[in-house]
Design a protein around this ligand. Structure first.
Ligand code: NDP
Ligand code: GDR
Length: 383
């Protein structure tokens, strides 16, 4: 039985990857941080009673800032594959905690690589490093001749997160070259899902769409509506991570869809999924999104009350507090290498992703509606 160790197992990708590897028959170890409340919502369905026989999924308390703990976990678990997905992954938050993000996302990667080396596991253990399209920083001059970012495009990170991940990228490559370790970077473009953290833009939009449609929220406040991202589905992207570690030779791969879309269009698609058409007008900080049409049949088919929604209702406004000190304006990845060499083919396109997220959030927010009707508090999150 192959053994995998996942850091960041409680995160979006960690949860999907753990499930995927368990289905493939792996023994999966996950590193989870101690928190004052349970933080295993995304993997609770994978829980196995540790007192039973044939357990295949085990969690270990740990943190990427703690070398001794990582060395002990790797020694105990002797993994064939390590997926280093743990990170402070929010770009905007990284401007508030730049030193912490350098420690976790940058030096944390080094700690994993060194632990494998110290334990003499260089030949046994393959390592996947969660690198990111944020490395490119959206610099227009660094695109390839076809207008995409690929494995050869230069990096120009634009946030403390991007800079920390740049260290993670290069130290992974350096350990591969210096010590002949099977250590690879997956340069993944944005990938989303119903499990996406609530403060990333796509999930913020799909949650708000559901809440507004149910009358639980009036307006959605966003930052840069013109930012463009190459959005895919996390379920497809975790499969690419696994494929990267199954190759004969350790290499780095871009994982992307090859299509870019504005935040504004993502908002339009999200509302349209429930039969609500939005039109944007105004510029910059004064831009707003207004309901201009309602497909009553579609709205009703989702069990929504069409009378709650009003033509001319402003449902999106810009709040400059979400503008970033330095922004990545446009990301567009070239998946040619991963498609030809890994045979990777995503199953979800953007409309299918939006549908999956909106339908899931509508279901979730309906629970909220019942709670509210029953006199209980509703779900709110600090951003
Ligand atoms: P999430 O933010 O959903 O998950 C991050 C995980 O890292 C969580 O399990 C979190 O634990 C854990 N973590 C945070 N800090 C530490 C720490 N100090 N020590 C150990 N674990 C820690 O991210 P995603 O699942 O979306 O992304 C997975 C990885 O891929 C990340 O490294 C991210 O930077 C990278 N990436 C993501 C992309 C995307 O679009 N999703 C694109 C490219 C790269 P907890 O649950 O306790 O907070
Ligand atoms: P990103 O994702 O920074 O690309 O990093 P995020 O969803 O946070 O932002 C995408 C774009 O949307 C704009 N935006 C807003 N973003 C947020 N979060 N909230 C808003 O209200 C808002 N309004 C507009 C942003 O300015 C940005 O341009 C994600 C993370 O998963 C990283 O860990 C990963 O490495 C990269 O994707 C690839």
């Amino acid at each position: 039985m192959k053994v995998a160790l996942i850091t960041g197992v409680t995160g979006q990708d960690g949860a999907y990857l753990a499930e995927f590897l368990l289905k493939k028959g792996y023994f999966v170890h996950g590193v989870k941080r101690r928190s004052s409340l349970f933080n295993t919502d995304r993997i609770d369905h994978l829980y196995q009673d540790q007192h039973e026989k044939n357990v295949q999924f085990k969690l270990h308390y740990g943190d990427l800032t703690d070398s001794t703990n990582l060395i002990r976990i790797i020694q105990e678990t002797q993994p064939d594959e390590i997926y280093n997905l743990g990170a402070m992954s929010h770009v905007m938050v990284s401007f508030d905690s730049p030193e912490y993000v350098a420690n976790v996302d940058g030096i944390g990667t080094l700690r994993i690589l060194e632990a494998v080396r110290i334990l003499g596991l260089e030949k046994k253990t393959r390592i996947y490093q969660a690198s990111t399209s944020e490395l490119y920083g959206g610099m227009p001059e660094n695109k390839n001749e076809r207008g995409f970012y690929d494995e050869s495009s230069p990096f120009y990170p634009r946030s403390p997160y991007g800079v920390a991940k740049m260290y993670g990228f290069w130290i992974t490559k350096n350990y591969r070259e210096a010590y002949n370790m099977f250590a690879c970077n997956g340069i993944l473009f944005n990938h989303e899902s119903p499990l996406r953290g609530e403060t990333f833009v796509t999930r913020k939009i799909t949650r708000a769409t559901a809440k507004i449609a149910l009358g639980l929220q009036n307006c959605l406040y966003l930052g840069n509506l013109s930012a463009q991202r190459d959005w895919g589905h996390a379920k497809d992207y975790i499969e690419a991570m696994w494929l990267i570690l199954q190759q004969e030779k350790a290499e780095d791969f871009v994982i992307a869809t090859g299509i870019t879309t504005t935040v504004r269009d993502f908002v339009r698609m999200s509302f349209a999924e429930l039969g609500i058409e939005i039109e944007f007008s105004g510029k910059d900080e004064n831009e707003k999104g207004v309901i201009i049409d309602i497909d009553e049949d579609k709205v009703k088919a989702f069990g929504l009350n069409a009378e709650r929604l009003k033509f001319g209702q402003t449902v999106v406004k810009v709040d400059p507090k979400y503008f970033r000190p330095t922004e990545v304006d446009l990301l567009l990845g070239d998946p040619t290498k991963s498609k030809t060499q890994l045979g990777w083919e995503p199953k979800y396109d953007l409309p299918a992703l939006v549908k999956d997220m909106v339908v899931s959030d509508l279901h979730l927010m309906k629970k909220d509606e019942y709670l509210k009707a029953g006199g209980f508090g509703t779900l709110n999150y600090f951003e």
